[in-house]
Ligand binder design. Structure first.
Ligand code: MGD
Ligand code: MGD
Ligand code: SF4
Ligand code: MO
Length: 884
């Protein structure tokens, strides 16, 4: 561990990133994978490996701040309680709202939900899981009567067919993907099908890739149902005994024109691929359909989920080993949030707003109020804030200024809201800029509690360092406010918690409300954990190994429901407009507050980038590295991003990552231009398909500025002087700004160095200034500025290595004229595709292991192995091609 960081060696906890929920362990070498955790057996992906560096959060929040002024916690929490009390009294409970996060721990989440629904009396508490899992939640509730995922990771070892639909698992759930790859090695019969409009790294590894048109998933799965009916591959006994609604679905599906020829036209895929998939699904004794945001984030996201579930119910490939629809969670505790009931349309513990649940929940909490109707869903919530309906808004562990659709509206809403409270770990987050009151939260490693992963496995996050300054766990802040509110309102104190354990036990006891019902969520056996038992907790899956294996679903009649799904949503396209698809990069986490500052993670996508196929680019005269303007049609909104070629994209389709935020590239945040459409049932935004316009930009100067560290003055300078575009990257010891201007930048026009010595050199398309001090014959470099009339493709890592170092002028010149940098493949050892290709061609490294031996690439976390294998395969293919 880094020096000065007092840690508890031996602590076992879980990774704070994705829903795979890997166990990690703190040992004397640092943070490593926990070999005893069932989710990962010791492996970590590239983000997990970088956890130690993530602890050095820039601009860490240390004290509560009211309008920029430090205040103490007592003052801050009393002020919040007073504001809540006042708003309740003057404008009613619904004028208060909380917007929370699947990155909270179960204890934080439980207390937040209790405060809002039981003590403020409004269900206006929603969570970023609305943007993430709410379509899957709604699909589960419709089909099963409860939001429950009926598959476990170990089922992957027992299946013959794995369909990955709308998920880039190799990048977004890497350790689960490694498990899938191992299952394929063990079982050569296991087939993997990927359904994704993009040819992702995951798709490239599949036995079959169906590059369907955006949002045509329902057509594909309804077509599958029709095929299964025609081929008599449905399980009539299962349908008869355990489901209802099949007749209506059959009527709908047979009435639609789902012939194979019509399907291939609507889906845009070859007939042979389609029938292969249908035959595999029909004939395989087992099948799992793993799905994520390509399914959930759509106008018909809930219907997409139900069309997948329909196929599993119709074939009886559910609730048994190796089978089932497997919605994978994104955030580490998305599932825990669903368990406590943190969504505005759930009351608590898998219960909705029926009279019986309302009574039971209020009695359990013994609370003065109770929300009796669903509250506002995230997008509606921010619209209400913007209308002025919400007087107090508390945002916790989420950065909606970047992650919500229509950023402009969110910013406006936060400006209008009279009192905005933000709990965060850093003052740099985009949302923190809008806070009246900023609360310093204890972050990962500094706090403790429970999280539930994708397979319903509840694990302990444990504390191993002390929080800095006055940072406190979120549950503590909420409880302080709750207690003061109870005093002000002279009600019984529902928040006198002394520890996380007490909260967890209360939550577990509350799930006991389900024990005499058809609901399966029941953790009440853990309601009396002692402190020791809570500390010693081992990762535990709740529910049976295969929930619903007794054939009893959670609907009152015990039957699962077939749902008639709508296949609209795939319609488009005008010549001028492009379909913008958004999602994740392998090495960044969301809005970059925890990963943007880590050099080797920042290196794989160094600036805001829009991906496009070679063919589409050449039709529009667009070149790699060129700056483009991306426009939301009929709106003022536009952003700028640089072109990169990705031949995995279809014509008229582009992809951009959701990450760009804050100092790193906040002006290029993609949600400024995505549409605000949501699924009408779940309220989940359709982030995966917006129609946009793309224009080349007339750039006169492209620039690169390298200095020892981030400097807010540089940002301010770029903002003030009408630069079209700017992005910042942390790279080892230095900070790198990239920018563009529609004017030619004159020599010596800007510099941020204390030295007075500048060397300016003409380079082919522009000039370069080195700001330095002289040391004898040598130079000590302070900063470097490159300006060119062409996109700058030079190897910037050589340039950045110069800052702070002593060198000769001739050395400087060689570096400056060096060639293009190549694409980073292995972040851990910084190995590029150029180096890998060179090793294959010139050093006979024609296998993965030969490359690993020579370059070390892929030998640390393994996240890049699929990409290395892909380069090896394409070399093999090109060699075979040239031989034949
Ligand atoms: N590295 C990294 N990993 C992460 C995260 C991160 O920020 N960084 N975040 C975590 C979180 S919170 C989440 S929710 C998950 C998300 O995990 P994923 O859902 O796997 O990731 P995304 O990149 O959002 O989108 C998945 C794929 O959906 C495809 N898609 C788009 N439209 C359609 C469509 O109409 N049909 C189909 N079938 N596919 C479509 C996209 O092309 C994309 O490849 O990742 C988690 N893991
Ligand atoms: N265009 C587009 N937009 C998307 C998506 C997409 O695919 N495309 N995906 C959506 C999805 S699935 C998701 S999950 C969201 C994610 O979006 P967000 O939730 O907005 O993203 P994060 O960057 O994870 O925000 C977490 C915030 O909490 C802070 N934080 C970290 N730890 C703690 C803590 O312990 N306590 C507190 N109080 N704060 C903490 C971080 O500094 C950060 O500011 O984005 C959504 N937006
Ligand atoms: S797969 Fe990676 S990001 Fe996800 S929990 Fe495991 S180590 Fe963390
Ligand atoms: Mo998510």
């Amino acid at each position: 561990m880094s020096q000065g960081c007092k840690t508890t060696i031996g602590t076992k906890t879980t990774c704070p990133y994705c829903g795979v929920g890997c166990g990690v362990e703190i040992n004397s070498n640092g943070i490593v994978g926990d070999a005893s955790h069932p989710a990962n057996s010791g492996s970590l992906c590239v983000k997990g490996v970088a956890l130690e560096e993530s602890l050095q959060t820039p601009s860490r929040l240390l004290y509560p701040k009211l309008n920029g002024r430090e205040v103490d916690w007592q003052y801050a929490t009393t002020l919040i309680a007073e504001k809540l009390h006042q708003a309740k009294k003057e404008t009613g409970p619904d004028s208060v709202a909380m917007y929370v996060s699947g990155q909270l721990l179960t204890e934080d989440y439980y207390v937040a939900n209790k405060l809002m629904k039981g003590y403020i009396g409004s269900a206006n508490i929603d969570t970023n899981s609305r943007l993430c899992m709410s379509s899957a939640v709604a699909a589960h509730i419709r089909a099963f009567g409860e939001d429950l995922v009926p598959v476990n990771y170990s089922d992957i070892d027992d299946t013959e067919l794995l369909v990955i639909c709308g998920a880039n698992t190799a990048w977004t759930h890497p350790i689960l993907f490694q498990r899938i790859q191992r299952a394929r090695q063990k079982n050569p019969n296991l087939k993997v099908v990927v359904i994704d409009p993009r040819e992702t790294v995951t798709a490239k590894q599949a036995d079959l890739h169906l590059a369907i048109k955006n949002d045509s998933d329902v057509i594909l799965f309804n077509g599958l149902l029709k095929f299964l009916l025609e081929e008599q591959c449905i399980d009539n006994d299962y349908i008869q005994s355990h489901t209802s609604g099949f007749k209506a679905l059959v009527a709908e599906v047979t009435a639609q024109r789902y012939s194979v020829t019509e399907l291939t036209a609507s889906l845009g895929i070859p007939q042979q691929k389609l029938t292969t998939f249908y035959q595999w699904f029909a004939r395989s004794p087992t099948a799992i359909t793993l799905f994520c945001q390509g399914v959930n984030q759509a106008k018909n996201g809930v219907d997409k989920g139900n069309s997948i579930i329909n196929a599993h119910l119709a074939t009886g490939k559910i609730a048994k080993s190796g089978c089932g629809p497997f919605s994978i969670t994104g955030q580490p505790n998305a599932m825990g949030g669903r368990e406590v009931g943190g969504l505005a349309n759930q009351l608590a513990v898998h219960r909705g707003f029926d009279n019986e649940s309302i009574q039971l929940v209020q009695n359990f909490w013994n609370s003065p109020e109770i929300a009796s109707n669903p509250g506002l869903k995230a997008v509606e919530l921010f619209e209400a804030v913007e209308r002025g309906d919400i007087k107090v808004l508390w945002i916790m562990a989420t950065n909606p200024v970047i992650s919500m659709p229509n950023n402009a509206l969110v910013k406006q809403a936060l400006d209008i809201c009279p009192f905005v409270i933000v709990s965060d770990i850093t003052a740099d987050s985009d949302v923190a800029q809008y806070a009246d009151l900023l609360l310093p939260a204890a972050g990962w490693g500094e706090k403790q509690g429970m999280v539930t992963n994708s397979e319903r496995r509840v694990s302990r996050q444990r504390q191993f360092v002390s929080p800095p300054g006055e940072a406190k766990p979120d549950w503590w802040a909420i409880s302080q406010v709750g207690q003061t509110l109870c005093q002000l309102e002279q009600t019984s104190n529902g928040f006198a918690y002394m520890s996380e354990r007490e909260i967890f036990c209360e939550f577990a006891a509350m799930t006991g409300l389900n024990s005499n019902s058809s609901l399966k969520l029941d953790l009440s056996q853990h309601a009396n954990l002692t402190e020791q038992e809570y500390q010693d907790w081992q990762p535990t899956c709740w529910g049976d190994q295969h929930p619903f294996s007794d054939g009893q679903y959670s609907h009152a009649d015990g039957k699962a429901r077939f749902i008639v799904t709508s296949d609209s949503g795939a319609e488009r396209q005008s010549n001028k407009l492009w379909t913008l698809n958004t999602g994740r990069q392998r090495d960044q986490w969301h809005t970059m507050t925890r990963t943007g500052h880590i050099p080797h993670l920042a290196a794989s996508e160094i600036e805001p980038t829009i991906y496009i196929s070679e063919l589409s680019a050449s039709r529009q005269n667009l070149k790699s590295g060129q700056l483009t303007r991306l426009i939301k049609p009929n709106h003022q909104a536009c952003i700028y991003a640089k072109i990169a070629i990705d031949d995995g994209l279809a014509a008229q389709e582009v992809f951009m990552s959701m990450h760009w935020a804050g100092r790193y590239g906040g002006n290029s945040a993609v949600n400024a231009i995505v549409n605000s459409e949501t699924d009408p049932l779940s309220g989940q935004p359709a982030f995966k398909s917006s129609l946009i316009e793309i224009e080349p930009v007339d750039v006169k100067s492209y620039g690169l500025f390298i200095k020892s560290a981030f400097d807010a003055n540089v940002d301010a300078y770029l903002n003030k002087n009408n630069f079209l575009y700017q992005a910042f990257q942390s790279d080892k010891q230095v900070g790198i700004w990239r920018f563009a201007h529609n004017q030619w930048i004159q020599k010596h026009s800007f510099t941020f160095s204390t030295s007075h010595r500048r060397i300016t050199i003409d380079i082919p398309q522009g000039w370069l200034t080195v700001d330095c001090n002289l040391m004898g014959e040598n130079l000590v470099v302070n900063s470097i500025l490159v300006v060119s009339n062409q996109p700058i493709q030079m190897d910037y890592s050589h340039l950045s290595a110069m800052v702070g170092y002593v060198m000769e002028l001739s050395q400087l010149l060689t570096i400056v004229q060096s060639e293009s940098a190549g694409k980073l493949i292995c972040s851990c050892f910084r190995v590029t595709d150029l180096q890998i290709n060179d090793a294959i061609k010139n050093h006979d490294c024609t296998t993965l292991s030969a490359l690993q031996n020579r370059l070390k690439c892929g030998t640390n976390c393994g996240s890049c192995i699929s990409q290395i294998e892909q380069i090896v395969t394409s070399h093999q293919q090109s060699t075979e091609h040239s031989l034949s």
